[in-house]
Design a protein around this ligand. Structure first.
Ligand code: CA
Length: 162
């Protein structure tokens, strides 16, 4: 192994170990680590808590990611339709109603993970998205951004440099 390879390997180890923190890992999907932020807060404060842990609210970008998160939550015993609700990064504040964007990436929602009948903007005041358990699996629902929920956070690990 060349000296430069050794240096790069050590540098990569340092990067990875400083990026992965003490939060309990929920599931990995490719280069993303998802974990639960356990303190119930409104959408914006929940995001702050993710950011304080070197992460952001989870931007689910594929059906695979939602299925992986849903399966893992169920395995971990999160099976309450009433209590196991977790913020994601999507909201439509400042956008046309129903056009959800990720507060983390600025990109529009590009997957169809809504639970049946959602988003319904109930009461005209549901502008932030979370996941909840319906019909045996987790799907997305729009809700009032001030509701206090736990959150799914994500960390992206740039494995391509290592
Ligand atoms: Ca709703």
């Amino acid at each position: 192994m060349f000296k430069s390879d050794v240096f790069l390997s050590i540098a990569c180890l340092i990067i990875i170990s400083s990026t992965v923190n003490s939060n309990d890992e929920l599931v990995w999907v490719r280069n993303k680590k998802f974990f639960i932020s356990p303190i119930k807060k409104n959408f914006y404060v929940a995001r702050d808590l993710c950011k304080q842990n070197n992460a952001d609210l989870a931007t689910i970008e594929s059906k695979d990611e939602l299925v992986a998160i849903s399966s893992r939550l169920l395995q971990e015993g999160y099976r309450s339709e009433a209590n196991d609700l977790f913020w994601l990064a999507y909201f439509d504040v400042g956008r046309p109603a129903g056009k959800f964007y990720s507060i983390a990436t600025g990109l529009p929602l590009n997957t169809t993970g809504w639970a049946a009948g959602q988003p319904d903007n109930a009461g005209g005041n549901e502008h932030c998205a979370h996941i909840w358990l319906r019909f045996g699996k987790y799907g997305m629902n729009d809700n009032n951004c001030n509701v206090e929920l736990r959150a799914i956070c994500e960390q992206k690990i740039r494995r391509t440099i290592c």
